[in-house]
Design a protein around this ligand. Structure first.
Ligand SMILES: Cc1cc2nc3c(=O)[nH]c(=O)nc-3n(C[C@H](O)[C@H](O)[C@H](O)COP(=O)(O)O)c2cc1C
Length: 269
């Protein structure tokens, strides 16, 4: 339900123009009118609310009072430097993550874009080495049992190096990280493939911009999909599946230089 406060509305039409599903149309008096019959199409994206400079819009009970002030964002140069300089971290310090950074990281998750603005994404955050060690032990136990059957060596000969590391007790799945965030979605979410990766990509950049190290765990995704015990420990809502896993913590490595990667193939048409 979108409510327009006519005492504040200047009839500029900005809310109507920015409504992707056209639930706001011009009424006979020139004020935006909410089409009740089309309410089901509203994505609750709050563009109508955000674009209104006069505080005239209330979108699904959220009004001007709950919106945030627009702040300075990093300029293009700083953002490009962040993208070039973010590295995967696999060496960690046991220093605690400052509370202020925790709060910023966790609170910002609500702003992650999702297909159809589906806010049913679920995040499980495992905070601290002790809790991570439980996942490490469970995964190592299962993987070592599996490697001992010698079946993985036949099925996945390319991964033999990892199998040797697993048998040696190396943590190839969680890379000894002190923390992890797992993003999961309902199995029938409209963009279940993309949403978790996008959300954690943003989290990745934000974490690195706040001085933390991060590392994707593709192996972690497979581990959660294949191992019921650790999956259950994530406490995901019923009907959810794991989408993406990102490890993070205070890094114990600093990079003096920016690598020079092989260019990706780009075609501009
Ligand atoms: C989808 C995806 C899955 C990944 N899975 C793992 C993983 O399981 N373990 C790991 O150590 N690194 C993993 N990585 C990190 C890549 O190895 C790393 O991004 C790449 O080597 C480039 O290094 P950089 O991130 O420092 O630039 C993954 C990265 C991506 C994008």
């Amino acid at each position: 339900m979108i409510v327009i406060d006519k005492s504040k509305c200047v009839r500029c039409g900005a809310c109507m123009r920015d409504c992707i599903v056209h639930v706001l149309t011009k009424g006979e008096d020139g004020y935006p009118a909410f089409r009740k019959e089309d309410e089901r199409f509203c994505l609750n994206c709050q563009h109508c609310l955000a674009v209104c400079a006069h505080g005239a819009v209330t979108c699904n009970d959220v009004g001007f009072g709950e919106t945030l002030d627009v702040e300075q964002i990093p300029d293009g140069r700083a953002e490009a430097a962040l993208l070039r300089q973010r590295r995967s971290t696999r060496q960690w310090r046991d220093d605690p993550i400052p509370e202020e950074v925790w709060t910023r990281l966790v609170d910002t998750l609500a702003w992650m874009p999702t297909g159809c603005n589906d806010h049913r994404l679920h995040f499980t955050i495992v905070r601290g080495r002790e809790k991570m060690d439980w996942y490490r032990r469970e995964v190592a136990r299962t993987l070592q049992k599996l490697v001992r059957t010698r079946i993985p060596q036949i099925l996945f000969p390319k991964f033999r190096r990892y199998m040797a590391e697993i048998m040696r007790g190396d943590d190839v799945v969680f890379r000894n990280a002190p923390c992890m965030i797992v993003a999961s979605t309902p199995k029938k979410a409209p963009c279940r493939e993309a949403d978790p990766w996008i959300a954690l990509s943003y989290f990745d950049l934000l974490a690195q911009a706040n001085g933390l190290g991060t590392c994707w765990s593709g192996f972690g995704v497979h581990a959660f999909k294949g191992m019921r015990g650790i999956r259950k420990a994530l406490n995901m809502p019923r009907g959810y599946e794991v989408g993406a896993v990102l490890l993070f913590g205070v890094p114990a490595v600093e990079y003096a230089r920016v690598p020079h990667p092989r260019p990706m193939s780009v075609e501009v048409q």
